[in-house]
Write a protein that binds this ligand. Structure first.
Ligand code: GLU
Length: 458
């Protein structure tokens, strides 16, 4: 069977690096098994879901290097969920309940005070048809709960320990005791669906073989495995990865926009810096800037993720970004440099000269302007340094210039002036670039050429 995974965010905001972790775990797993990746939008909450968020999520995924084989929207599949509801009702596994939130809360307190597990007590199963009619006459509408298989035959009022076990591809052997959870509400009073049922119906219909998601869903998995079986399907394999938190241990939220994939892109962080950190944080693998998705796929082992939350430090992104940029071939940067106006014969040697000194590809534009137009501010020299720089400029070699010109020039300058080390090169660097640090001058000189260099004579 073809390995089939899905990434299933609700399109209620922009995805952050923690969501990217889930998407990438799925994508890399599929890559390793030559499988398929389904992009599924969990948009049953039609009030909060927006197409513009779905579009933005697809854009972010493409930017990261994830190309779904298929895209699905739950909002277009209600007939399938309705059919599943009918099937469960016919099997006596979905029952109507009329309690309000306040009533449920009161019951929960009573159960706790009696040292009973604070789960739903299935009181609605005991309603007589007269009682139901009376509730309906009051204007109440039912919500529908799935009867969990956690009781001896014919005795739903007597739940007993019932372990649902699975071999989690991230966490190893897992169990959930179905007596410790309430019968889940699958359909609300207003007929809308909660996430639990549509997800299972989709996973069945779409042939999902592996559900890889955050470990906040471990308990859901116990319930959903029961639901797969109630719908006559074999449950898929599950994997629950640890969640990323901020450096101070807070969870990430789609709503706040913190560490959103889009904001990292705007800061000039490379997609593979985001992907490397999103995948390798909180695993036994060392964090490294992995330059391509296929190399990351080779390194990826879902079982390497630890069980505890993984603290994520945005400062690491900057460091990984530098590493990726420093080795980035021109071909990879070319299009983005072109957008910045960096093109022509000099674009490639320019990129190779500056890539080790930029925080982002965009940042290269600063150096392009310095080389084209001169230092942003005219450097100030004391008398002695100005005389020195003028003398040095008089010694500039004739063209053609290449990488060896710098050495040739500075040797002549050294012989003439007796300067060496920093006092020799720093004033020259300042005169040429207006900055005290930057790319190798040996690389910059041929880009400036003789005329451009002479134009910088103080
Ligand atoms: N919409 C759910 C979420 O974002 C999907 C969980 C799942 O992968 O099943 O948490």
């Amino acid at each position: 069977m073809t390995v089939t995974v899905r990434f299933a965010p609700s399109p209620t905001g922009n995805i952050h690096i923690g969501n990217a972790r889930t998407a990438l775990f799925n994508w890399l797993f599929a890559a390793r098994h030559k499988g398929r990746f389904i992009q599924r939008f969990d948009d049953t909450d039609q009030a909060r879901s927006k197409q513009e968020y779905a579009n933005a999520i697809l854009y972010d995924l493409h930017w990261l290097g994830i190309y779904p084989d298929r895209t699905e929207y739950q909002s277009r599949r209600f007939d399938r969920y309705d059919a599943a509801v009918e099937r469960l009702k016919a099997a006596g596994l979905l029952y109507p309940c009329y309690e309000t939130q306040e009533e449920l809360e009161l019951r929960r307190k009573v159960r706790l005070s009696r040292k009973l597990p604070p789960v739903y007590g299935r009181e609605a199963l005991a309603l007589t048809s007269e009682e139901t009619a009376a509730l309906e006459a009051e204007g109440r509408r039912p919500h529908w709960r799935f009867l969990l298989p956690n009781f001896p035959a014919g005795e739903p009022e007597n739940p007993e320990r019932t372990e649902i076990a699975w071999a989690d591809i991230v966490r190893g052997d897992e169990t959930v005791d179905l007596a410790s959870v309430s019968d889940p509400v699958l359909v609300r009073e207003d007929g809308t669906y909660l996430y639990t049922l549509p997800s299972v119906v989709d996973d069945i219909d779409m042939g999902v073989t592996h559900v890889i998601r955050g470990d906040d869903h471990v308990t859901n998995t116990g319930v959903q495995i029961a639901l797969f079986r109630a719908l006559g399907a074999e449950p898929p394999t599950f994997g629950h990865h640890n969640l990323l938190t901020t450096a101070t241990g807070e969870g990430l939220s789609k709503r706040t926009g913190a560490l959103s994939v889009g904001s990292l892109r705007d800061q000039g962080i490379e997609p593979m810096a985001v992907a490397s950190l999103a995948v390798l944080t909180g695993t036994s693998e060392a964090i490294a800037a992995v330059p391509t998705m296929s190399e990351l796929a080779e390194r990826f082992d879902p079982a390497a993720a630890s069980k505890s939350a993984a603290k994520f430090d945005p400062a690491d992104l900057v460091a990984l970004n530098h590493t990726l940029l420093k080795d980035m071939p021109f071909a990879e940067a070319r299009d983005r440099l072109g957008v910045l106006g960096i093109s022509g014969d000099k674009a490639e040697p320019f990129w190779l000269a500056v890539r080790g000194n930029v925080d982002s590809v965009q940042d290269a534009a600063t150096w392009w302007c310095i080389l084209r137009d001169g230092p942003a501010e005219t450097p100030e020299f004391g008398d002695e340094d100005r005389d020195y720089v003028r003398t040095a400029f008089d010694l500039l070699p004739e063209e053609p210039w290449d990488r060896s010109t710098w050495k040739q020039w500075t040797e002549a300058v050294k012989a003439e002036t007796g300067r060496k080390g920093k006092p020799l090169f720093l004033p020259l660097r300042l005169a040429l670039t207006g900055r005290e640090a930057g790319p190798e001058l040996a690389d910059l000189l041929p880009l400036l050429d003789r005329e451009g260099t002479l134009a910088r004579r103080p």
